[in-house]
Write a protein that binds this ligand. Structure first.
Ligand code: GSH
Length: 211
């Protein structure tokens, strides 16, 4: 039994979705950001950054969305959501996973929390730079998806799960991911996955899932 600490429409949603994809037993504690439930001493003892997700695995807290997606895929290999070590796809799987987590995701953090890098003064400049970098990343994904159904190999992996969640975060930006043609085709198909539709229902999310 896993316990997920999340909050609706966040990085926690990715792990909530992953747990539903796997069909494993879990419980969810959805934290209310408005009430600061992710900044209490009790929660900071689980996740010192005061962010979601945190997943309790074998009684211990584990953090970081991309790490958790991969960890779950490797704990439940029968689902085939991670390219196995030594397989021909492993190199691309690792490279895309780290690119999404290290090079692409941080620009969303800058877009949604511009005061962190900017302090009080330069928030507009930070958002503008973040937008440019997010759009460059979306262009890179779009080019890669030409003629492909999935980012790595021929099947759905955690790379697709992470990319889809990050694309979703662009939905209210000036140029959302769905404005790139290959991404639109890709996301339209992924949005039909029952587990993604189920996580939207469970977290009360009504936008984006139907295009
Ligand atoms: N690098 C972390 C980032 C997690 C993150 O930024 N989570 C956001 C929601 S998407 C959060 O908890 N924000 C609340 C806050 O920073 O106060 C991860 O991948 O898990």
């Amino acid at each position: 039994m896993y316990t997920l600490y999340g909050s609706p429409s966040t990085a926690g949603t990715a792990i909530h979705w992953m747990l539903l994809e796997l069909g494993v037993p879990f419980e969810v504690k959805l934290l209310d950001f408005e009430k600061g439930e992710h900044k209490t001493a009790e929660y900071l003892a689980l996740n010192p950054d005061g962010v979601v997700p945190t997943l309790i695995v074998d009684g211990a807290p584990v953090t970081q969305m991309a790490a958790l997606a991969t960890l779950l895929a490797e704990r439940h290999p029968e689902a085939g959501f991670a390219s196995a070590a030594g397989s021909p796809e492993r190199t691309a799987y690792l490279s895309w996973s780290f690119w999404l987590a290290n090079s692409f995701q941080p620009h969303f953090r800058a877009w949604f929390y511009p005061h962190e890098p900017a302090g009080g003064e330069a928030q507009d400049a930070v958002k503008s730079a973040a937008r440019t970098r997010i759009e460059a990343g979306l262009s890179r994904l779009d080019a890669h998806l030409a003629g492909r159904d999935y980012i790595v190999g021929g099947t759905f992996t955690t790379v697709d799960l992470l990319a889809t969640i990050l694309c979703r975060w662009s939905r209210n930006m000036p140029k959302p991911a769905t404005e790139w043609p290959n991404l639109k085709r890709y996301l339209d198909r992924i949005r039909q996955r029952p587990a993604l539709r189920e996580v939207h229902a469970r977290e009360g999310l009504t936008d984006w899932i139907n295009g």
